[in-house]
Design a protein around this ligand. Structure first.
Ligand SMILES: C[S@@+](CC[C@H](N)C(=O)[O-])C[C@H]1O[C@@H](n2cnc3c(N)ncnc32)[C@H](O)[C@@H]1O
Length: 292
């Protein structure tokens, strides 16, 4: 690919011949056709020839024929993740989602969480994901080798349910190993919580389900106005994973912190496993992992 790129874009002769040498020819005609495509690619910058050389039919159909449906097999050939199926489903169903959930800053922050959590070598058990939004962090945890029993994602906004359950479809289908629930995180009992969820598909309320969280994750601490009151609800000894930021400019960010020290005083822990910051282009993200 690198050589084809150099051959076409930089008209680099060495690359042209390296590309030619990398092929084996059974027929003289094959070689002729191949060199003809190299010529058209290099001299005429002919897209069809470029894609023939690359040997990627799906890429050709995506770019030349503008066949958007080829994007999904292409993505799947590079990465094996539920995110690809989820985005395909959002595209097909015309689902309105906030694209910021996949912004570079959001992704880097969540990858950072997964990386640091891995180093802590902890078993998460039952996770309560608070103000969980679309629960993309749940997908990343399920797809990592971190041990997770189940995830309950609570968000006050009912529009999060379908999107979060699409992002986490395989685990949602696994008898609700993942479930998104519409609830204010101030109304949760962090010792033993009983919840029910309305199903649009079945047009009925689920039976009451009781869960006891082992781990409480909240990557939206900057959104929680009564943070002290919320944090006080978590029983001592629970594993907590918290993220906040200093992105004061966003109106919904009602609880930003200036630095990790301020975050530490907001969320004291009896045993700290990780405490640090991540510099992103527009703001800094802060994270604390430990036992309350
Ligand atoms: C835009 S998202 C969060 C972005 C955050 N950086 C993250 O990575 O998750 C903030 C979410 O917090 C939710 N939220 C805010 N206050 C809440 C509350 N008291 N209970 C439940 N959800 C809440 C909002 O509905 C929203 O979905």
């Amino acid at each position: 690919m690198e050589d084809v790129h150099k051959a076409v874009v930089e008209e680099n002769l060495h690359s042209i011949f390296r590309v030619s040498e990398s092929k084996s020819y059974y027929e003289v005609d094959d070689l002729y056709n191949y060199m003809e495509d190299v010529r058209k690619a290099v001299v005429n910058k002919n897209l069809r020839s470029i894609f023939k050389l690359l040997g990627n039919d799906n890429l050709r159909k995506l770019i030349i024929d503008e066949n958007v449906y080829k994007l999904w097999p292409i993505l799947s050939s590079y990465v094996d993740t539920q995110f690809t199926s989820a985005f395909k489903s959002f595209f097909i169903n015309n689902t309105d989602i906030d694209n910021d959930c996949f912004s570079r800053g959001q992704l880097q922050s969540k990858l950072w969480l997964v990386d640091e959590l891995k180093k802590c070598n902890v078993d998460l058990g039952t996770v309560f994901l608070c103000a969980g939004w679309y629960a993309t962090i749940a997908t990343m945890l399920f797809e990592s080798d971190i041990k997770v029993d189940k995830v309950r994602s609570f968000d006050i906004d009912p529009s999060c349910i379908d999107i979060a359950e699409t992002f986490n479809k395989p685990w949602f289908m696994e008898t609700w190993r993942f479930k998104s629930i519409t609830q204010d995180i101030m109304d949760i009992d962090y010792d033993t919580h009983k919840w029910q969820s309305w199903s649009n598909a079945n047009n009925r309320m689920s039976r009451p389900i009781t869960d006891t969280p082992d781990t409480i994750i909240n990557t939206s601490c900057e959104h929680i106005s009564d943070f002290a009151e919320w944090y006080a609800k978590i029983p001592d000894g629970k594993l907590v994973v918290l993220q906040s930021n200093n992105f004061f400019k966003v109106a919904e960010h009602v609880n930003c912190v200036n630095d990790i020290e301020e975050f530490k005083s907001q969320a004291p822990m009896s045993q700290v496993l990780y405490s640090g910051k991540l510099a992103l282009p527009k703001y800094k993200r802060f994270m604390r992992i430990g036992y309350k």
